[in-house]
Design a protein around this ligand. Structure first.
Ligand code: 3PG
Length: 210
């Protein structure tokens, strides 16, 4: 099993988080673990993101960490140096594809069209994020991708709620979803660790199609 395969197979939902204060990083990771989720996507959308990744990697080693919103090769390198084992991007670009190969970094690019999917396949990739999932066609688009692209697997992300998660997880080509509601920016800022653990329990109780 590849690193990406094992990251995406751990939990039905990958929590997508924005950490503004590095002091929140370890408590957040522990709150997710307490709710049964041992994967996290720390988006590089805050000053504290890379330091937060390092903190979690050092102090919560059970947590598998992806860096999210990786848009440049330099960010991918920085994320790997910080301790992320996966890089997740909103889109797919040649420089990122080249960087992922050079760094031997597990990479999950975002795609929204059949053409981008072909580029991903040409690059030897088997997993993509559908992004922004709801806006680009959601469940219907993933169903439509199944026949022409039977070997590709997806982590749809963007606009998926607890209520709609099951519709995605029932699809043959979906391995997991990404979502911010497990640990929202407001909950993290408010240090609402109990609320995040409850959300993680709800997320981990979702079932991926057997
Ligand atoms: C994001 O942009 O952070 C991801 O799309 C996940 O966020 P959402 O679950 O709120 O869409």
């Amino acid at each position: 099993m590849s690193m990406l395969d094992s990251f995406l197979s751990r939990a039905p939902v990958v929590p997508v988080v924005v950490i503004q204060d590095v002091r929140h990083a370890v408590a957040l990771a522990q709150a997710l673990l307490a709710g049964g989720i041992d994967v996290i996507e720390v988006t590089l959308r805050s000053e504290a993101a890379l330091a937060a990744i390092t903190k979690i990697a050092q102090e919560v080693p059970q947590m598998m960490i992806a860096a999210g919103t990786v848009t440049t090769a330099a960010q991918m390198q920085a994320a790997q140096d910080a301790g992320a084992i996966v890089a997740i991007s909103p889109g797919l670009s040649e420089p990122l594809l080249v960087a992922a190969k050079a760094l031997q970094m597990a990479w999950l690019p975002g795609i929204a069209t059949a053409s981008e999917l072909l580029t991903a396949m040409d690059g030897g990739l088997r997993f993509c994020k559908l992004f922004p999932a709801t806006a680009v066609g959601g469940v219907a688009l993933l169903q439509a991708f199944q026949r022409p692209f039977p070997n590709m697997r997806f982590c749809p992300t963007g606009g998926i709620s607890l209520a709609t998660a099951a519709d995605y997880l029932a699809l043959e080509n979906v391995v997991c979803i990404g979502a911010s509601w497990v640990a929202s920016a407001q909950q993290i800022e408010a240090a609402d660790w109990a609320g995040i653990t409850r959300n993680a329990q709800r997320a981990s109780a979702l079932r991926v199609r057997p």
